[in-house]
Design a protein around this ligand. Sequence first.
Ligand code: ADP
Ligand code: MG
Length: 347
Amino acid sequence: MSDRQDFGAPEIIDLPARPVATSRIGVEEQVHRGMDAPSPHRPGQRAPLPAGPLIQCDGVVKIYKVADLEVVALQGLDLTVEPGEFIAIVGASGSGKSTLLSILGGLDVPSAGRVVVAGHHVGEMGSAERTRYRRQVLGFVWQQTARNLLPYLTARENVELPMLLEGVPRNDRASRTSWLLDLVGLAERGDHRPSQLSGGEQQRVAIAVALANEPALLLADEPTGELDTNTAHDVFELLRTVNRLLGLTIVVVTHDPLVSEQVSRTIAIRDGRTSTETLRRRAISDAGHHHVIAEEYAVLDRVGRLQLPRSHVEELGLRQRVRLVLEDDHIEIWPDGAGNGTGETPR
Ligand code: ADP
Ligand code: MG
C-alpha cells in the first residue's frame, strides 16, 4: 500500500482459490474426527452467556505507579467484541496491549472505566469471583512456552489440571483430555513432558490446557512470538480452527502482520487507546477469484473523539487545531488556516 492511499480505501489481497493445505499437522482433519462425537463436558454446570457483546470496555484507564512516577498504560480505551469473533490486537511495544489483556484476564484491575466480560464486571470482582472467573470463563496462552505448562507434568497431566481444580470427575477428565489432545494434534504425545516437546507442540498443549474448562473467551498474548514462521503459522491455524469449529471468542495480541491479516478484525492500539480497526471480508470476483478485502477505519469513541492516523497528521502538517466542515454525507478536516470553511481550498 502506498503512503498516499486514502485512509479507509479497501486493500484487496488475492488469495489462492483454495486454502493452502497444512500437511504438517492436518488440524482440520483431526478436529473433524474429534467433532464427530460431541465435546465431552460436564453437563449443566456452565451458566448460559448473557446476550449482547462478550467483551465491553468503556473508557478504560490504567495507571501504574512506580515510585513517584505514574505510567498511563491505557487512557480511555473502548472495545466491543461480539461472541464468536476472532480479533487481533496490534500496536508498538509499550502501547498497552498486555495491560489490556491482563485486565480482561482478571489479573489486573483498571484504574478507571468499565470492563464487562461475559457478564462479569471485571474491575469489581471479589477474590472468590475472580478465581472462578479465571478458571471457568477464561483460557490464557502466554508467549513464553514455559509459562503455560508445568514442567514436571506430562502434556496429559497439564491438560487435566484445570479440570482437577474444578472437581471434574476422573472419567470425564480423562475423556475430555483425550479429546483435547486429539483436537490439537498431539494424541500421540500425551505422555511427554514439556521439555520433550518442541516449542510449537508446547503451545498446542497450552491451547488444550486453556480449553480444558470450556472457557467463554480465549486470550493469547503473542502466542507465536517465540516460534519460527512455519510453526507459528501452524499454531495460528489451530487457533483459527478452534474459533471456527468451537465458536470460541478469541482475542490475540500479535506483532506478526501475517497473523493479523488472517483474522476478521484487527484493532490497533496507540498510546493506550484503540486507534484504528481493520475489517476483513472474503469476496469472490466475477472471474471467480477469491479475495480478502481489508478496510481500515478510524475508531470513534462514545463521546465522538477520533484519533487521526499519524501519517495523515504529518503529511498535512496538522497541529493543535483543525477546521471541521460538515457536508451532506461526510465531514472534512482542514489544516488551521487553509480552506474557507465552506470546504473549498483557497486558490
Ligand atoms: P505492550 O504489551 O503493548 O508492549 P504494556 O501493556 O506491557 O505494553 O505496557 C504499557 C505501558 O505500561 C508501558 O509504558 C509499560 O512500561 C507500562 N507498564 C506495564 N506494566 C507495568 C507495571 N506492572 N508497572 C509499571 N509499568 C508498567
Ligand atoms: Mg506486551
